[in-house]
Design a protein around this ligand. Structure first.
Ligand SMILES: Cc1ncc(COP(=O)(O)O)c(C=O)c1O
Length: 415
């Protein structure tokens, strides 16, 4: 077979792929769930393993020719084990959502009860929102953060658990800027004999690096996405005690998925190896330091942050007090025009809607990967402020865009 590049076969897609690399290079990716994987992870995910069917698990497949698939998957498992220390690890979920679904499918019957954080308070669709099948198949109630402080209301959660008697409590969040006290949630689960699923999708890298406490060894199940703070490429992961291993494996395949995406599992193996290197701890620490610096400067500039600050890789800005006429959606649009890409986000006590929320979620994982430090992040906070102060001023947006380009040039990506 002659080696043809995408450009030889499909110039339209080649243009779009190049456009995407340029977009990532020339603008600031501040969506808190995104990151830039290494070229090694890109290579692995773009490898010939995409051709391979490997239904089953290493050493026990339903297809022949799996010796290299086995090697790759075993490397991914072993490295994840070194990073997280869980008894049993399944690296096949195609995404964080499917990792969560595998846990529900393994442990619950339709109609069983899930207690999870409200979406507008920082939860995730896969934790039981009615728009996800999980919300339709199970009986879901939701806990909240404290309206005053923005911190998780652990006592309220425990009381809610006493009343509702859930079969499983879900912790771990999409837009919660504070460290999570896993032990307090476990205590609430224990008091009503519920299982506990800790979804560390966002903070997988912070946990792997030891920058945040791990729920492994506390919660019954720990799930995550592998493309966020841990930078191991697209996918999901489930970790559990040995007693649940067979049920979880069966729920991932054949319960919820077909053939594993072996090329993505290769990406996970390579990304996990990178995360085992000492530099990854520096990266995770810098990601948090950057978010703190960014948040502090935003507060100095007059913004209000949910919970007043951050312990992790993101800040959640509530625009209602400082910019009552600007929604998160307006801010997102103006910032994108200026080269700063993030998302409008609901805030606790939301008074607008999920489609036109009152806040923005601002993350530092991708900027930190490309070399940004606290000073750079303070500069970015000032640029964000300029845009949100005058979202309709084209001249300001153009000036900010120039400053963004200078920051990008000083911190090159995929050279
Ligand atoms: C807490 C949480 N869980 C699960 C997911 C789903 O991850 P994925 O997009 O990999 O399905 C996300 C995505 O952002 C998340 O924030």
């Amino acid at each position: 077979m002659e080696h043809e590049h995408v450009r030889d076969v499909d110039p339209a897609v080649a243009d779009a792929l190049e456009g995407e690399v340029d977009r990532q290079r020339e603008s600031l990716q501040m969506i808190a769930s995104e990151n830039h994987v290494s070229e090694a992870v890109l290579d692995a995910q773009g490898s010939a393993l995409t051709n391979k069917y490997a239904e089953g698990y290493p050493g026990s497949r339903y297809y022949g020719g799996c010796e290299f698939a086995d090697e790759v998957e075993q490397h991914a498992i072993d490295r994840a084990q070194e990073l997280f220390g869980a008894d049993h690890i399944n690296v096949q979920p195609h995404s964080g959502t499917q990792a969560n679904q595998a846990v529900y499918f393994a442990m619950l019957e339709p109609g069983d009860k899930i207690l999870s954080l409200d979406l507008t308070h920082g939860g995730h669709l896969s934790h039981g929102h009615p728009a996800n099948f999980v919300g339709q198949l199970y009986d879901v109630e939701q806990y909240e953060v404290d309206a005053e402080t923005g911190y998780l209301d652990y006592e309220g959660l425990a009381e809610h658990a006493e009343e509702f008697e859930p079969d499983i409590i879900v912790s771990g969040y999409s837009a919660y800027p504070r460290e999570i006290e896993w032990g307090r949630i476990q205590a609430a689960a224990d008091s009503v004999d519920a299982l506990h699923l800790a979804d560390i999708a966002h903070i997988t890298g912070l946990v792997a690096a030891g920058v945040h406490d791990s729920p492994v060894g506390i919660a019954d199940f720990v799930t995550g996405s592998t493309h966020k703070t841990i930078r191991a490429g697209r996918g999901g992961i489930v970790m559990c005690d040995e007693e649940y291993a067979d049920d979880i494996d069966a729920a991932v395949f054949p319960g919820g998925q077909g053939g594993p995406l072996m090329h993505n599992i290769a990406g996970k193996a390579v990304g996990f190896k990178e995360a085992l290197a000492p530099e990854f701890e520096d990266y995770a620490e810098q990601t948090v330091a950057n978010a703190k610096a960014l948040g502090e400067r935003l507060v100095e500039n007059g913004f209000s942050l949910v919970s007043g600050g951050t312990d992790n890789h993101l800040v959640l800005v509530d625009l209602r007090e400082s910019h009552p006429d600007t929604s998160g959606g307006n801010a997102e649009e103006a910032l994108e025009d200026a080269g700063i890409v993030l998302n409008g986000n609901t805030v606790p006590g939301e008074t607008r809607s999920a489609f036109d929320p009152s806040g923005i979620r601002v993350g530092t994982p991708a900027l930190t990967t490309r070399g940004f430090d606290e000073d750079d992040c303070r500069t970015v906070a000032d640029l964000i402020t300029r845009v949100i102060d005058t979202p309709d001023d084209e001249a300001v947006l153009a000036e900010v865009r120039e400053d963004v380009e200078s920051l990008c040039d000083a911190n090159p990506l995929y050279e």
